[in-house]
Design a protein. Structure first.
Length: 520
């Protein structure tokens, strides 16, 4: 579509915004100059159309009815398989709906993406299919993925298989629910503030947030480049390690990834003994005033005792920056997401990676039209972020990005003495799903209250695995195992040892899962 030449009044408005002080004669003089400069835009569009990808033929998607979707966890279902053999042959995988599957509708939990159909698979989707996996569908996620609970998607709440009246966690809400309910073997999740680990802990499954940059984010809808992660969500640690081995590694299109990245043998590492490994039990992850459930703290400490029984050493370690990290994350996620995800139409500018022009255009057209329907959490980010940017010129974002090195250094210092760090994944178990008529304050509190232990490692970039530590009041509680950067294998190795000590992680009762079918 050719770029329309600008009118003088449009340029005058732009000049006023920048404070140029142009006269009418100045504007008239600039108009043909600007029009000439825009000629390159038409050439670029013609060149791009000649090389733009096209979705593969033969893919289809079905929107399930409520009877086939009692947890509200499926956005669409598919049956895509491209390789008969491979390490994931026979595995059914759900893809979080912030991640592109070519030819399949994508919504990202939001009216601003609704109706978009990607023309290119995300790198991780390509790798899963090449490994023999069957993509069984797209899992519901929260509105633009900005919620740690499962009540913000415009398709409706996602229900926890352990108790349909409770949150499944977010923002990878559908992914967590589908894996826990046994509807798929594994799922892809995304994690910017804990969104792999939160539904992992609430739904009683394994969730692994890889080291930042280990798994290419190419083809997933970004929130903020410095905290974007994709990772596996599975019922067993062995499956998480298997899936991570498939999706990890450079793709050459994501500048989040270091040039010298070399993935490890994650599945092979599980068979190594953990006796003699040292775990630092992070004091600041427990007893969070006004939030921590003592039952969750007790379940995690009991889990640590089990690791001691396997020959691991474990002792308390203080990391004050762990609690500071939540504030650092809050500024990065608020200002960064406002500039990139909201004002920047998802991708922003100034990075040397693969963009999705069609998604940018689709989202950019709709975000002004449907903004009133955004979730209260997205509106909160927009209001706080834009206020900060307009009044304080992003200085706090710059400070927070500099402080991210302090957060990382604090974990690195502790990990110089310990092989892993351990704490509750979340300070609470799953809360009741927020009612549509609930006050805004409750809606937002339930969406964000649980991220205090998970968000700091999105800032620092360290790998973190959540595994079920036990049941508290009949609901799962998670233990989080944090490792050295790019030593994801040790996180999974310790998680696997703990899984063996428990005899396998529990699944939600079938009666509870089937009860979800009667919840409207």
């Amino acid at each position: 579509m050719p770029v329309r030449p600008p009118r003088p009044d449009e340029l005058a408005a732009i000049a006023d915004r920048y404070g140029f002080g142009l006269t009418d004669a100045d504007v008239e003089s600039f108009t043909p100059l600007v029009t000439g400069a825009l000629g390159s835009y038409d050439v670029v569009e013609e060149l791009y159309e000649a090389v733009a990808p096209h979705a593969p033929a033969g893919r289809s998607a079905t929107t399930p009815d409520q009877g086939d979707n009692p947890l509200g966890a499926w956005y669409v279902t598919t049956d895509i398989r491209e390789a008969q053999d491979g390490p994931l042959a026979g595995y059914r995988v759900a893809i979080k709906d912030n991640t592109a599957v070519a030819g399949v509708p994508m919504m990202n939990g939001s009216h601003t993406v609704e109706g978009f159909v990607p023309s290119r698979d995300a790198t991780v989707v390509t790798r899963l299919l090449e490994a023999g996996a069957t993509v069984a569908g797209k899992a519901v996620c929260e509105d633009l993925c900005f919620s740690g609970a499962s009540h913000t998607s415009v398709t409706g709440p996602v229900r926890n298989p352990w108790d349909p009246g409770r949150t499944a966690g977010g923002s990878s809400s559908g992914s967590g629910a589908l894996v826990a309910a046994g509807e798929v073997d594994m799922a892809l999740g995304g994690d910017q503030g804990g969104s792999v680990r939160i539904p992992g802990a609430f739904c009683g499954i394994v969730g692994h947030k890889p080291t930042h940059g280990l798994v290419p984010y190419t083809g997933a809808f970004p929130i903020e480049f410095t905290i974007d992660h994709l990772g596996p969500m599975t019922r067993t640690v062995a499956d998480a390690a298997l899936m991570l081995g498939v999706i990890a590694g450079r793709d050459g299109a994501d500048p989040r990834q270091p040039n010298d990245l070399e993935p490890a043998d994650y599945a092979g590492a599980l068979h190594r003994d953990v006796a003699g490994l040292r775990a630092g039990v992070v004091t600041e992850g427990f007893g969070i005033p006004g939030l921590s459930d003592p039952g969750v703290d007790d379940a995690v400490r009991a889990a640590v005792d089990r690791l001691r029984g396997a020959g691991m050493q474990a002792e308390e370690v203080g990391i004050p920056w762990h609690r500071h990290g939540m504030h650092v994350w809050n500024v990065i996620a608020t200002d960064g997401a406002t500039v990139q995800m909201l004002d920047g139409n998802g991708y922003g500018h100034n990075w040397d990676g693969r963009y999705d022009p069609e998604l940018i255009a689709h989202y950019g057209r709709l975000r002004h039209e449907v903004a009133p329907a955004w979730s209260e959490t997205v509106k909160l980010v927009a209001l706080a972020g834009r206020y900060s940017l307009e009044n304080y010129q992003s200085r706090h974002y710059a400070m927070a990005r500099n402080l991210a090195y302090e957060v990382r250094a604090a974990y690195d210092a502790a990990l110089a003495d310990y092989d892993v760090l351990v704490m509750p994944t979340l300070p609470i178990t799953a809360s009741p799903i927020v009612d549509e008529a609930a006050p805004r304050e409750d809606y937002i509190a339930r969406a964000l209250e649980m991220i205090v232990n998970t968000a700091p490692t999105d800032v620092s970039g360290h790998p973190a695995t959540t595994v079920p530590a036990g049941l508290v009041g009949g609901m799962p509680a998670g233990m989080m195992i944090i490792g050295k950067r790019f030593d994801d294998a040790t996180c999974l190795r310790v998680a696997h040892a703990f899984e063996g000590l428990t005899g396998g992680f529990p699944a939600p009762p079938a009666t509870t899962r089937s009860a979800a079918a009667g919840v409207s």
